[in-house]
Ligand binder design. Structure first.
Ligand code: MG
Ligand code: MG
Length: 257
C-alpha cells in the first residue's frame, strides 16, 4: 500500500532529508586517500546523531553500520571495515536518517583524489541518470515513466543496470511501496500523486550487469569486476514536479518533462 504523506509528515521528512544531506556534505569534504571506510561511516553516524536523528540503516535487516560503503566494483551494501581508501577509488556512500519517525535516504558516489577518465564518465552518467528520471517525477505521470527515462539514458551511454535492485517508497519505513525500477517500458505502475515520497536511485555498472553477493552476505559486486556508481535522492511528488528532500539547497521543482 502506498502511503500519501500529509503536510505535517512531509515537514518531518524534509528535516530527515536535510540531516542526510548534512552528513553527505561532511563525507564530501572529508573523504581522502588513507582513511578507512569505517572512519567514513563514523562521520555519517556522528553527523546524523548530533543533528538529533538516528541512522536508518543501522540494524535494518541486521545491517551492522550507519552507512553502506561500496568501493569500485562493489555495487551496494558494502559493510564499512578497515579497507583503506586509495587515490583513484570511487566510493558509493548510501545511508538514511530517521527524524521523529520519518526517514530520508540518499546515496552518492565520491571520487578519491584524481580518478580515471572512464570513472569520471561513469559518475557523470550515473548522476545525470538520476535527474533524467526525476524529470518525470510529477503528479499525473506513471511510476515507470521515471524508470524508462533512467534506463534509456544509461543504456544510451553504454553502461548497464543490475536487474535485482530498485528504488522504493520511503517515509515511515526506509523501504515502502512502490518499488521504483531503474529501467523498463514507460507508462506502467502507479499513477504518481502529490504527497508520494520515493527514493529514486540508479545503480550503474560500467561493464556487464551480472552481480554476485559476497561471503559476508551483504556486499554485492560485479561479476566482471567492472566499476559501479550509485546516486539517490528522496523526493516528494508535487502537482508541478518534485521536491528533493535529501538536499541542503531548496531548489524545488526544477524543470520537468
Ligand atoms: Mg539509499
Ligand atoms: Mg534507497
Amino acid at each position: 500500500m502506498i502511503h500519501i504523506k500529509t503536510p505535517e509528515e512531509l515537514a518531518k521528512m524534509r528535516e530527515a532529508g536535510r540531516i542526510v544531506a548534512l552528513a553527505h556534505d561532511a563525507v564530501r569534504t572529508s573523504i581522502r586517500a588513507g582513511m578507512t571506510s569505517r572512519e567514513l561511516n563514523a562521520i555519517c553516524e556522528r553527523v546524523i546523531t548530533e543533528a538529533g536523528a538516528t541512522p536508518s540503516f543501522k540494524g535494518l535487516y541486521g545491517f551492522p553500520a550507519a552507512a553502506c560503503i561500496s568501493i569500485n566494483d562493489l555495487l551496494v551494501h558494502g559493510i564499512p571495515d578497515d579497507t583503506v581508501l586509495k587515490e583513484g577509488d570511487i566510493v558509493s556512500v548510501d545511508f538514511g536518517a530517521c527524524f521523529e519517525g520519518y526517514h530520508g535516504d540518499s546515496a552518492w558516489t565520491y571520487a578519491v583524489g584524481e580518478i580515471s577518465e572512464a570513472d569520471r564518465r561513469l559518475l557523470q552518467v550515473s548522476e545525470q541518470a538520476l535527474f533524467e528520471g526525476l524529470k518525470y517525477a510529477r503528479a499525473g505521470n506513471r511510476l515507470t515513466d521515471i524508470s524508462h527515462a533512467i534506463g534509456e539514458y544509461v543504456f544510451a551511454h553504454g553502461c548497464s543496470i543490475p536487474r535485482d535492485y530498485t528504488g522504493h517508497g520511503v517515509g515511515r519505513e526506509v523501504h515502502e511501496d512502490p518499488a521504483v525500477p531503474n529501467f523498463g517500458p514507460a507508462g506502467h505502475g502507479v499513477l504518481l500523486k502529490p504527497g508520494m515520497t520515493i527514493a529514486v536511485e540508479p545503480m550503474v555498472i560500467a561493464g556487464r550487469p551480472q552481480t554476485r553477493t559476497l561471503k559476508d552476505g551483504w556486499g554485492v559486486v560485479t561479476r566482471d569486476g567492472s566499476r559501479t556508481a550509485h546516486f539517490e535522492h528522496t523526493v516528494a511528488i508535487a502537482n508541478d514536479g518534485y521536491e528533493i528532500l535529501t538536499t541542503l539547497k531548496k531548489e524545488e521543482h526544477p524543470e520537468n518533462g
